[in-house]
Design a protein around this ligand. Structure first.
Ligand SMILES: Nc1nc2c(c(=O)[nH]1)N[C@H]1C(S)=C(S)[C@@H](COP(=O)(O)O)O[C@H]1N2
Ligand SMILES: [Mo]
Length: 441
């Protein structure tokens, strides 16, 4: 991945040999820069003229390029092939019930390219024939709905659609870091996070078509068509707001198979597990369903040994994506600090950045658009003096919630949880330029 100031880790993090290589390169880079500056001053030559590559016309400037539609569906440059979603080695026993993490360190702006969207499957993914797919809507008893219905994809896609940009974060994101530092890069600490423009029809519209009794119906159950029997209870307050979508579109095209093609639930602000993929059934009921994925999974282990259930909102959180663990600063001087902030409760109001481990903070620039329950990109100017630095970001949302540090979070939640870790992340920049994952006590 190309960035003039930061050497990207070719794999997940740099080996000793690669670090030595970068350090040699940095001295080379400095020498070239100095020679160029001296040459420019003497001969008034344009900047960069000391670099022979600019003086030789390369082959691609002198001959014919490739034809249009040589690829019917475009692909990223071959030079970007290290930008991949990856499995964390040893995290799960089988890759069908696993996670691939999104390479946040290599992305710009807020939209996740669909091919790099993180994946979480409990029983593997499928490429389901949309002409055979059905969505059933029924009630928990005969009176919940006047007309239980079964929709084909054609019938759903005839309805008036809406398109909205939202983040999805697995409740287990950053879950490996509860007790101590355990993984080296932002891809593994925060990569169960992605953001897309989703297109679909509000679930509320479908329930209205079925003649739902909105006084008795207090919860819906969503069910997926894969082997995992993924079922989650969603409170009607979220559905009635019109935010919950039955979606087929993702970033302007149909959902990718890995992300639930041809139909998934979009439940803005709520942990990923409720975003049922391969959605085949919605049931309207009057109480929470207490399914396996809400009674024994996706629950919070508290310090007193009790479990907390149904804490499904993803609280305010942020992370610096670059510089981040496994990267290496090539040189002192100007370095852009960039990252992402989000909240399941609304829009981001403010992100503060510290380069000294939280002693001093200054506001980062929030880049537009700043949308509710969507990723927000922030940037912050920094001049690295070549000394060790501790980089942190702290987000505040428009309900006034502020992201906690690890000491604050652990005081309430303990250290043995898996889910819902929204603590402030710290990256240590060493004198060598190497960036490492650390936690401050
Ligand atoms: N049918 C079905 N839906 C599912 C899952 C699943 O395994 N099967 N995993 C859930 C979990 S835990 C998460 S975090 C999100 C992940 O969505 P993604 O794979 O599109 O990133 O899907 C949710 N919906
Ligand atoms: Mo998840």
């Amino acid at each position: 991945m190309f960035n003039p100031f930061i050497r990207r880790a070719p794999e997940n993090f740099l080996t000793r040999e690669q670090i030595a290589d970068v350090q040699r390169g940095r001295r080379g880079f400095l020498a070239t820069a100095l020679a160029t500056a001296a040459g420019a001053a003497a001969a008034q030559a344009p900047a960069g003229a000391g670099d022979p590559a600019i003086l030789n016309l390369p082959g691609h400037s002198k001959s014919l390029g490739q034809a249009v539609a040589a690829r019917g569906y475009g692909l990223p440059s071959t030079w970007e092939k290290n930008l991949q979603r990856r499995e964390s080695p040893g995290l799960t026993r089988v890759s069908q019930a696993s996670v691939s993490f999104c390479p946040l360190q290599g992305l710009f702006g807020i939209i996740t390219p669909s091919g790099l969207h993180f994946e979480r499957h409990h029983q593997g993914w499928w490429d389901i024939d949309p002409s055979q797919h059905r969505l059933m809507i029924n009630g928990s008893d005969d009176k919940m709905l006047k007309r239980p219905m079964v929709f084909t994809m054609d019938e759903l896609m005839r309805l008036p659609p809406v398109s909205r940009m939202h983040f999805i974060e697995c409740g287990a994101n950053t879950g490996m870091e509860w007790g101590n530092v355990s993984v080296p890069t932002v891809q593994y600490t925060h990569g169960m996070l992605s953001c897309s423009e989703f297109t679909g029809v509000p679930l509320r519209t479908l329930l209205e078509m079925c003649g739902a009794d909105f006084k008795r119906g207090k919860f819906v159950l969503g069910e997926g068509a894969d082997g995992s029997g993924m079922t989650r209870t969603i409170p009607m307050s979220l559905v009635m707001s019109g935010e919950v979508l039955v979606a087929w579109g993702q970033n302007g095209e149909m959902l990718r198979p890995e992300n639930g093609y041809p139909l998934r639930l979009v439940v803005p602000g709520v942990q990923g597990v409720s975003w049922i993929k391969y959605l085949r059934r919605i049931e309207l009921g009057d109480m929470p369903y207490g399914t396996k994925d809400e009674t024994v999974h996706y629950i919070d282990l508290m310090p007193d040994g009790q479990h907390r259930q149904y804490t499904s909102i993803q609280e305010v959180k942020s992370v610096i994506t670059s510089p981040s663990g496994g990267q290496m600063l090539l040189d002192k001087g100007f370095t852009n600090i960039t990252g992402l902030a989000w909240s399941g409760r609304g829009a981001i109001r403010k992100v503060d950045v510290s380069v000294d481990g939280g002693r001093n903070w200054r506001p980062a620039r929030l880049e537009s658009p700043v949308l509710s329950k969507c990723l927000t990109r922030f940037n912050c100017d920094w001049s690295w003096d070549g000394k060790p630095a501790l980089l942190m970001s702290r987000a505040t949302d428009d309900t006034g919630q502020i992201q906690p540090n690890y000491a604050e979070l652990r005081r309430v939640r303990g250290t043995r949880s898996i889910y819902h870790n929204n603590a402030i992340q710290t990256w240590l920049v060493e004198e060598s330029g190497e960036v490492k994952n650390v936690q401050l006590s």
